[in-house]
Design a protein around this ligand. Structure first.
Ligand SMILES: O=C(O)CCC(=O)C(=O)O
Ligand SMILES: [Fe+2]
Length: 349
């Protein structure tokens, strides 16, 4: 499969039954597609990617001033070698931001996922980063909310069937990402599924993103102006496995040219539990349940499903902020059904 055969969906085509049928096919058979006519122009995307490049060109000291190690809320900068996927280090540096919020006090934290709530870290050396990325977050959030409603319609349920899990605004998490060129192909990010409802990826002109199809890894080559969409674990759960959260990974570039991307993850509110939608009979009989992987159980309680990924991806942040009592005990309760040390090998949760 290549760029020509990965489905291309126009957001403005989704008012018609034909458009919805095309969407349903892409989301259920592939779990990955290109989105066009979404309102974020190619030039605007290039502007955001250029800003991202400028961020990564800041001095090490400036980037370290917003290092994620300072944030129990998993926000900020990660240098190369600070992220693990599928038990191996990823060859990428990145800057993460989420909904801008106030942190809860220690007494208010009853569940470990509540530690995800908090402020972002913004570098003082780049004052325009905060307003620009906040604007992008709003735009991408609006696109995903509209797309989620269209996916519900395509499944034959009320377009607003999942709105109550989102409330006034979804949980959003975004990353600026730089994959430096390597001597030989390396794990830019290892094979994984995304935890939320939907992910949007903006890519520069450098390939590297690959999606699993059968036993093959196929390229998701950049198409100018198109956003890449993939289905996350929460949507696989809500559709009882009818829609697929597909494994994907990024291979580092090798020919002297680095790769930039921006990934945007949209989920229900962290406090929500994702319902299983009542699909019409013709789809219900083909929804065979979500995938079962003992090392990666899909959790309908959104906060835990999101936290599971963050704790495993950034073990240095986990060790610094989550391994001491009383949080360690709460973590153990939240993930009691998972194998020991699957979340954190330091505190053995
Ligand atoms: O950089 C990309 O193209 C995709 C990144 C990704 O899959 C992720 O961060 O979850
Ligand atoms: Fe991903």
């Amino acid at each position: 499969m290549n760029a020509a055969t990965l489905p291309i969906i126009s957001l403005t085509s989704l008012d018609s039954d034909e458009g919805l049928a095309h969407l349903l096919q892409a989301a259920s058979e592939v779990g990955f597609f290109y989105l066009v006519d979404h309102g974020l122009s190619h030039d605007a995307q290039q502007g955001y990617l250029a800003l991202s490049k400028a961020f990564f060109q800041l001095s090490t000291k400036e980037k370290q001033s917003v290092d994620m190690i300072h944030s129990p809320h998993f926000r900020g900068y990660n240098a190369m070698g600070n992220e693990m996927t599928a038990g191996r280090f990823d060859a990428r540096e990145q800057f993460d931001w989420m909904n801008e919020e106030l942190a809860l006090s220690a007494e208010q934290v009853r569940y470990p996922w509540q530690k995800l709530i908090g402020p972002n870290l913004w570098p003082s050396a780049m004052p325009k980063l905060k307003p620009t990325l906040t604007k992008l977050q709003t735009k991408l959030s609006d696109i995903t909310v509209e797309l989620l409603q269209k996916l519900c319609e395509s499944l034959g349920v009320d377009g607003h069937a999942l709105d109550h899990t989102i409330g006034a605004q979804p949980y959003t998490h975004a990353k600026l990402i730089r994959y430096p060129a390597q001597q030989s192909p390396q794990q830019g990010v290892g094979a994984h599924k995304d935890p939320g409802y939907l992910t949007l990826v903006m890519q520069d002109s450098q390939s590297g993103l690959k999606v699993e199809r059968g036993n093959e890894w196929v390229d998701v080559a950049p198409i100018p102006g198109a956003l890449v969409v993939n289905i996350g674990e929460l949507l696989e759960l809500a559709s009882n496995g009818f829609l697929k959260a597909t494994n994907h990974k990024v291979e580092s570039p090798t020919q002297g040219s680095e790769r930039y991307s921006i990934a945007f993850f949209m989920a229900a509110q962290l406090s929500a539990t994702v319902p299983v939608l009542s699909l019409p009979p013709e789809l219900k009989s083909r929804a065979l349940g979500p995938s079962v992987d003992p090392s990666n159980p899909l959790l309908t309680d959104v906060g835990n499903n999101v936290l599971k990924g963050r704790l495993r991806s950034h073990p240095h942040v986990t060790r610094k902020h989550y391994c001491d009592e009383p949080l360690r005990h709460l973590l153990e309760k939240s993930f009691a059904h998972m194998p020991t040390a699957d979340i954190c090998d330091e505190c053995r949760v």
